[in-house]
Design a protein around this ligand. Structure first.
Ligand code: FAD
Length: 483
């Protein structure tokens, strides 16, 4: 979902009250005899340790969603080098403290902050180099906007998501979907290598030849589960001008648009991509639009093909051409993105929905609109290159799926229990509407109330085996760990 669209959802839903209530992530930390924090601080080589008494601690542990601000780690380590990552992992292990890595801090369930444990922030590791063979080496702390701005200097790009502040780390480790998914595959599919530190404190360079199991598992197996990544190596893609289309239809055409969009995703060339938005509006109605691109630049042809499957012309229609950076800023709503409250979830569509499921999906958005819940169902397409395994394989399990629905509700920074309940009601209605077409969930849109098996499909047994091999003591734990 683009930032542009998240802001639309917030606006469409109207103002929401800001009553403090936080559903903190489960405190997994184990108690231990007073850790010698001075020893950890002294061992850091440029990194910085924040304790609750250190100035800047509150800002240091913040995530993108303010809902997690009240989760208080025992310490935050901002790693400046791989050596800091190694020292911190060894310290946490020796002191039986839970450690969670933080990249861009956009986890849907606050998995990159932990009560009483150590938050290991790789943010300062954000250097980038570009090699003549088209390979980008990027520190795990880099954010998406910075990656695109850097690659633009070389006329190159990378298939990523759209939010400028999302971390390359979390995005890549859980898959990574965006406008290039059909033409070039997921972000994790472009990986050619990673530098990681495993639970034993060992730094490794992994790829299809070296630790191939771990390399496979980290391509879609989700962040925080197996190792701390310190840098990624990606095979970049060209960054030419892109054709954009944005088509809207009246609410009365919603069912035809969903059905037509499903056909479009099955029949259109992989150079065409478009995601479908059903947004609840504060006046109780539903807005319907498809935002799409063509990597050939001919968005008009893609738009016409979509309209022919829908069976009617769009009521408003915009066709534009954008350079690589214009596209990045347009989709990201600028160069950065303010911290935002939200609750979200997902369903992976294994096949096109039938008419009754489509009606139930529209009904879920409609009842959120009537309840003045600022909700949206956004369906991102798969297919094309995303349907193919990259060389060496990837744990990302949804190759044959049609698309991924995100159930998204904008909330206050610190939502009341009533707001969270209303948001969860919409997400539950959404799940119910598409249940018979859902293969599971997308690990990057992880939800608190969903079992781990639903995120990894047929990759789960191998992921468990890799976990056993590289993290036999279960040092790395998230709410969606497959240990
Ligand atoms: C506004 C917004 C827009 C989004 N848009 C898209 C989109 O267009 N496409 C898409 O696919 N997804 C999108 N997402 C989802 C996003 O991909 C995930 O939330 C992702 O996990 C965020 O990564 P992060 O590094 O920012 O988050 P973090 O919270 O830092 O990390 C997420 C998980 O990865 C772990 N992790 C972080 N760094 C490392 C590391 N170096 N090594 C190992 N584990 C690590 C964390 O412990 C945590 O479990 C969006 C999310 C938001 C909030």
């Amino acid at each position: 979902m683009s930032q542009l669209d998240r802001r639309t959802v917030l606006k469409a839903g109207g103002a929401v009250a800001a009553i403090a209530l936080t559903a903190a992530p489960e405190a997994l930390a184990q108690t231990t005899a007073a850790p010698n924090w001075n020893r950890l601080s002294r061992s850091l080589q440029g990194g910085k340790l924040f304790m609750p008494s250190t100035p800047g601690y509150a800002a240091a542990h913040q995530l993108f969603n303010p809902r997690w601000d009240s989760v208080q780690p025992a310490a935050v380590v901002r790693a400046a080098k791989t050596a800091d990552v190694i020292s911190t992992i060894n310290f946490a292990r020796d002191n039986k403290l839970v450690l969670v890595p933080k990249g861009g801090g956009h986890s849907y369930v606050g998995a990159s902050v932990i009560s009483k444990g150590i938050q290991l922030d790789v943010g300062p590791l954000r250097g980038m180099t570009y090699a003549k063979n088209g390979v980008l080496t990027v520190g795990a702390g880099a954010r998406l906007y910075d990656v695109h701005a850097f690659l633009d200097k070389y006329g190159r790009s990378l298939p990523t998501g759209t939010c400028p502040t999302v971390g390359v780390a979390g995005l890549t480790l859980g898959g990574g979907m965006g406008i290039h998914t059909r033409a070039w595959g997921l972000t994790c599919d472009r990986l050619v290598g990673m530098s990681v530190v495993t639970a034993d404190g060992k730094a490794r360079v992994i790829n299809t030849k070296s630790d191939p199991d771990l390399f496979w598992a980290l391509r879609g197996g989700g962040g925080g589960n197996l190792a701390v990544v310190t840098s990624f190596q990606f095979a970049t893609i060209p960054g030419p001008k892109l054709g954009f289309f944005r088509l809207t239809w009246p609410e009365a055409r919603a069912a035809a648009v969903v059905a037509g969009w499903q056909k479009f995703i099955q029949k259109a060339p992989s150079t065409a991509w478009g995601n479908l938005h059903l947004n609840a509006k504060s006046n109780g109605t539903v807005s319907v639009h498809v935002l799409g691109i063509s990597t050939t630049g001919n968005a008009a042809a893609a738009a016409a093909q979509l309209e022919s499957f829908v069976g009617s012309k769009a009521s408003t229609r915009s066709i534009t051409v954008k350079t690589h950076m214009e596209a990045v800023k347009y989709l990201g709503g600028g160069t950065t993105s303010p911290r935002t409250g939200f609750l979200a979830g997902s369903d992976v569509l294994r096949a096109p929905m039938n008419a009754s499921s489509i009606n139930a999906l529209i009904g879920a958005v409609k009842s959120a609109a009537r309840a003045k819940t600022p909700a949206a169902a956004i369906i991102d397409p798969l297919g094309g290159q995303a349907a193919k395994q990259p060389a060496g394989g990837a744990a990302w399990p949804w190759r044959s799926a049609l698309g991924v629905i995100q159930w998204y509700v904008g909330t206050a920074a610190h939502p009341s229990s009533a707001q969270l309940k209303a948001a969860q009601t919409f997400i539950d209605h959404g799940h119910g509407a598409v249940r018979s077409f859902s293969a599971g969930g997308y690990a990057n849109y992880v939800e608190a109330r969903r079992g781990v098996a639903t995120y990894y499909g047929s990759s789960l047994p191998r992921l468990r085996a890799v976990k056993k091999k590289y993290d036999p003591q279960g040092f790395f734990r998230t709410s969606y760990t497959f240990g």
